[in-house]
Design a protein around this ligand. Structure first.
Ligand code: SAM
Length: 207
């Protein structure tokens, strides 16, 4: 998977390649999809949600540029795979999931894998996690109409945020870097994520 889908598609960051070689994606997918674990696609993980395509995980991690000193906030724990990859690169990861069942299974996976620097919260990640802010890095793994202001406020100066932004049908990966209080945005790959639902995301229709 790493050679064919990641290295051949020009992901160059050795820390990303190394982390993705070590974390087994098959441990983050439902048992009936084990045979598809290393496919070049997102997979359903329950609750209508997905574990992202491996290339997208690699690309977002590369754009985020975390290092061993980084405290990271992730919105959208899902299966926990992205957070597990980050756990091998960054110092500490706080990850928020709105679906309680997904939060619980991700926590069980981290426990079984003895990953101790990932902390899972439940709730609406669009409002951020002010009690642990500011963060060196913020990664949003669901698509929103814009980057929530709360998240920008909770990013440190010289910090980086990566998030898919657009309509519910298609988005562009944005990478924002905070410089002297202002965000400089770059546009990267086109992509398609499940929606970020919540106060500063798409409407959740009361679900
Ligand atoms: N990072 C995940 C992984 O490695 O498996 C994939 C994330 S999946 C594409 C998007 C996740 O975002 C879903 O689990 C969804 O429930 C969650 N989500 C959507 N809106 C959210 C919100 N406002 N706060 C927290 N989680 C949210």
């Amino acid at each position: 998977m790493v050679e064919e889908q990641i290295v051949k598609r020009h992901i160059k960051d050795e820390r990303v390649i190394d982390a993705m070689s070590k974390i087994q994606r098959e441990l983050f997918v439902p048992p009936h999809l084990k045979n598809s674990s290393y496919d070049d696609s997102p997979l359903l993980i329950g609750g209508g949600q997905t574990i992202s395509q491996p290339y997208i995980v690699a690309r977002m991690t590369e754009l985020l540029r975390p290092d061993e000193h980084s405290v990271v906030l992730e919105i959208g724990t899902g299966s926990g795979y992205q957070a597990a990859v980050l756990s091998l690169i960054a110092k500490r990861i706080f990850t928020i999931e709105r679906i309680l069942e997904l939060k619980r299974s991700a926590e069980e996976r981290f426990k079984a894998l003895k990953i101790s620097n990932v902390f899972v919260m439940s709730g609406d990640g669009t409002i951020g996690l002010s009690q642990y802010a500011p963060f060196d890095r913020i990664i949003v793994t669901a698509a929103g109409p814009e980057i929530p202001k709360n998240l920008l406020d909770q990013l440190k100066d010289n910090g980086i945020i990566v998030m898919p932004v657009g309509t519910e049908a298609e988005q562009v990966l944005l990478r924002g870097e905070k410089k002297e209080g202002k965000i400089e945005i770059e546009e990267h790959d086109r992509c398609r994520f499940v929606p970020l639902l919540g106060k500063y995301g798409f409407s959740d229709n009361g679900v």
